[in-house]
Ligand binder design. Structure first.
Ligand code: GDP
Ligand code: MG
Length: 795
């Protein structure tokens, strides 16, 4: 068997590298039907081959150093020189894909081509003469379908074979003057390098590639000598050196394809094109996107998500539930019959003639209901029938007690001390349970987003939005990180690497986490459920507020010196639509869901313990110790919270609980729910009821917006630090996020008070000033001309 062979998977974005990588190594990398998903290389062991390591490189269109991804891929290929390159080529788009191939074969590394998507080619009826193509390119070609798993191992084995054999020799010859210059460069500059690497370096020197020139440290007089050759070629071919090479490659590819590729029905519109005419339509594109996003959130939050979340919150992590609903109906009937019995009996006992009911959800009190003699009789009969406590759900059907009930019973049996049961039940089970309760909802959301991504629609959204973004001086490419950020901000921030322009890249890093990530979903759902009666528009609005925050920030920042300059043109392909496989979609859903669950088991578990301890312990007159529920206001946490709560008072929620929840949200956004669960969930009322009492709708919305927009969790903050790679920029980003969040929440609260009638004159005046400031930045201030920017764009 082979020993320590390194095979690199290289190819265009969306050619199927990651699908192939997963098929070859059995790992679960994220697969998406749009560019920009893989930004760092990933390594894995080839299945059934011990010593073979496969590396999944980011997708690139060429080996030019224009985007960070291209640099990552190129540095790996040139610097670490894998033993073989498995060049994955999308057979439905040969012309573009082979452009990279012509460069890879020049590296002097054995290249094997995996001709992917052959299933689609066959379906379309196109004909590829593989033998001829292979002869022209000078390397082996294996026809595969990474998705269906056809021939994938054969391709890998062919690459292993190639690794042991000769290097691939490029078949392509540039026009005379270019070859002449290249030959001179090889002799004068790179003759010290191994022979097989000389051609690639020489071509790069010919192109005047900065990074290569810098690396080679050519002496001034040699450079001058080489430069005359390049200039001579440029003069003769009447173009600049770089364009000559690019054009020649395309001419060469066109020539190869003429003899080896036949399209079945050239000219007619494909199904994908027809769909695109509608969904990327200038007028329809945006409304369709809005409708789809609303549908996704409606299904996740209300249609499927809400019942599932109710079950998880009230059943699994509540009192319990009827297995498969068996017995639910019978119990409800009994409960209905039992009705207001306790309230009536209580009233009778007190000698009153009427009673009131309190709605569980809204805590609304009804008008007094008069008690007739008949009702009194009935109530007595009911109390006899069902006992003082009323019907017990456990007596109907198959009752499964909830986790807290089971653990509570267990703790009682073990006779654990009061504080330990408190820690376990009120701390860990309540906190972690509150977070896990949202797992069903999130899985539904992730499932649908994974589907939209995998079928190819997400790439269209980036395209549709580019038209809008461009008006504000932003690139649609900034939208890719946002899309990825819907799952998690960390890969979202990393996806900013696809952006060529450094200023746009920094700005995208700063603003990506405004979008609600998966971890923010639970607290958004909680606010919507507790304070807005579960209205769907709350979650959808969070999404659009996030987007608006990105656009507004973009426009404002663009007008400062730091960020001025035009965005690079939008260059991104729209991959053909296709039905994703169930496995792929489920895998991506599970991956995001699992990382959420894992977090609940580690970092959130730890934080709930800390929150519980600090909220149930504190100093009272008897000294330091555990507090009873009436004393929670003297807890350590309450002390800390009260010290900082004033900061948030202008936002409408200056209570210490909300302040503390926002702080624990920095550890992980899911913590906001867990913390609120502990801080509000004690006593007779549920956390939802307590929240509904503690927040007005205006304050609730301001709380939502602040926590949506302020600095993200520590993991994402870490990613920002890494990607900014500069302390000053990093702090600027965090400061901007928090400041912007504060300002927006402030404006919302102060203006909202206009409707509730609690206007605070000073606060309102200040919020008007802030709003005018933002409007000035958006509409009145002119763009500052930056020092001229040279933006390189791939051809
Ligand atoms: P990468 O960007 O090169 O890593 O590409 P991915 O592996 O993420 O794949 C991009 C899209 O192409 C995904 O939606 C895949 O399901 C799809 N895909 C990959 N290989 C094939 C194939 O052989 N046939 C078909 N029909 N689709 C494929
Ligand atoms: Mg990939």
């Amino acid at each position: 068997m082979a020993e320590n062979i390194r095979i690199a998977l290289a190819g265009n974005p969306n050619a199927g590298k990651t699908t192939l990588f997963n098929a070859l190594t059995g790992s679960n990398q994220f697969v998406g039907n749009w560019p920009g998903v893989t930004v760092e290389k990933k390594e894995g062991k080839l299945k059934k081959h011990d010593g073979v390591i496969v590396t999944d490189l980011p997708g690139i269109y060429s080996l030019s150093p224009y985007t960070l991804e291209e640099v990552v891929a190129r540095n790996y290929l040139v610097g670490e020189r894998p033993d073989a390159i498995l060049n994955i080529v999308d057979a439905t788009n040969l012309e573009r894909n082979l452009y990279l191939t012509t460069q890879l074969v020049e590296l002097g590394i054995p290249v094997v081509i995996a001709l992917n998507m052959m299933d689609l080619v066959k379906k379309a009826g196109d004909k590829i003469n593989v033998a001829e193509l292979s002869r022209q390119l000078g390397c082996k070609i294996i026809e595969i379908s990474a998705l269906k798993g056809t021939n994938v191992m054969e391709a890998a084995e062919e690459a292993i074979k190639a690794a042991a054999q000769t290097k691939t020799v490029p078949q392509h010859v540039f026009p005379g003057p270019v070859e002449h210059a290249i030959a001179h460069i090889e002799e004068a500059v790179v003759h010290n390098l191994p022979e097989e690497q000389q051609r690639w370096y020489a071509i790069k020197v010919f192109e005047r590639d900065d990074k290569v020139l810098e690396m080679l440290k050519i002496e001034a007089n040699t450079l001058e000598h080489v430069e005359t050759d390049i200039k001579a070629a440029e003069k003769e071919l009447d173009d600049d050196a770089e364009s000559i090479i690019t054009n020649e490659r395309y001419i060469y590819i066109a020539q190869i394809l003429k003899s080896s590729y036949k399209k079945a029905n050239a000219g007619s519109l494909s199904k994908s094109d027809k769909i695109d005419r509608v969904v990327t339509n200038r007028w329809l594109g945006l409304p369709i996107f809005a409708v789809i996003m609303f549908a996704v959130y409606w299904i996740a939050m209300i249609g499927v998500g809400a019942p599932a979340t109710d079950w998880a919150n009230d059943g699994l992590f509540g009192d319990g539930y009827h297995l498969l609903g068996i017995g639910s109906a019978a119990y409800e009937e009994a409960a209905e019959e039992y009705g207001d019995t306790p309230a009536i009996l209580e009233a009778l006992e007190a000698g009153e003639k009427s009673y009131v009911t309190v709605d569980d959800e809204t805590l609304e009190t009804s008008d007094p209901i008069e008690i007739t003699d008949e009702m009194a009789e009935e109530a007595k009969a009911m109390a006899e029938k069902y006992g003082e406590e009323g019907p017990d759900p456990a007596n109907y059907g198959v009752w499964v007690p909830g986790v807290p009930a089971v653990i509570g019973g267990l703790l009682e049996k073990l006779g654990t001390s009061e504080w330990l049961s408190g820690l376990i039940l009120d701390g860990i089970v309540a906190g972690v349970g509150a977070v896990l309760g949202f797992v069903p909802q999130m899985l539904v959301l992730f499932l649908m987003l994974a589907f939209l991504e995998a079928c190819g629609y997400m790439a269209r959204i980036a395209f549709v939005l580019d038209r809008i973004f461009r008006k504000f001086g932003l690139s649609g490419k900034s939208f890719i990180p946002m899309l990825v950020g819907v799952g998690c901000g960390v890969p979202g921030i990393m996806a900013s690497r696809t952006i060529e322009n450094e200023r746009d890249r920094r700005m995208t890093i700063m603003t990506t986490t405004f979008i609600p990530c998966g971890a923010k979903v639970p607290f958004i759902a909680m606010i919507a459920g507790a304070i807005f009666g579960g209205a769907a528009w709350v979650a959808t609005s969070a999404y659009f507020i996030g987007m608006a925050a990105i656009i507004i920030s973009g426009v404002m920042l663009k007008k400062t010196k730091m960020f001025a300059g035009n965005p690079a043109p939008f260059v991104m392909e729209l991959p053909a639509y296709h039905m994703p496989t169930l496995g792929n979609v489920l895998r991506s859903m599970w991956e995001r869901g699992w990382s959420f669950i894992k977090k609940a088991g580690t970092i959130i578990l730890l934080s709930t313990i800390v929150v519980w301890f600090t909220s149930f312990f504190g100093w009272t007159e008897e000294g330091f110790g555990m507090l009873s529920e009436e004393q929670l206001d003297s807890s350590i946490l309450a002390k800390i919270g009260s010290c900082i709560a004033w900061i948030f008072a202008p936002l409408g929620w200056g209570n210490w609980q909300a302040a503390v929840a926002s702080i624990t949200g920095l550890v992980a956004k899911e913590n906001i729910v867990g913390t609120m669960g502990i801080l509000y969930g004690s006593g007779d009322v549920t956390a939802y009821q307590a929240l509904a009492q503690a927040f007005t709708t205006v304050a609730g919305f301001s709380f939502l917006v602040f926590n949506l927009l302020c600095a993200p969790c520590f993991a994402a903050i870490g990613a920002i630090k890494r990607e900014m790679n500069n302390t000053k920029w990093f702090w600027f980003a965090i400061g901007y996020q928090c400041g912007f969040a504060y300002l927006v929440a402030f404006i919302i609260n102060q203006f909202g008070k206009l409707f509730t009638g609690n206007v605070n004159i000073i606060g309102f005046a200040l919020s008007v000033v802030a709003l005018v400031g933002i409007i000035y930045m958006l509409f009145i201030k002119k763009y500052t001309e930056a020092d001229k920017l040279t933006v390189n764009v791939g051809k």
